[in-house]
Design a protein around this ligand. Structure first.
Ligand code: FES
Length: 56
């Protein structure tokens, strides 16, 4: 599923980034470019990060 339409980033890419050590939105911004345009995906991206952290 696409999370960030502006940058065409999927939830899987965000999960992979989290698995590889991304711990914050800043990391996701830098690594993938999530939420660097309209910002609408930020809430969903944060939620995916949070879910990943709670599973670790
Ligand atoms: Fe992610 Fe627009 S949907 S920046």
């Amino acid at each position: 599923m696409y999370v960030c339409l502006c940058k065409a980033i999927t939830d899987k890419q965000i999960k992979d980034a989290a698995y590889n050590g991304a711990t914050s939105m800043r990391c996701l911004n830098k690594d993938l470019g999530v939420a660097t345009q309209c910002g609408k995906c930020a809430v969903t991206a944060k939620q995916i990060l949070r879910e990943h952290k709670s599973q670790v």
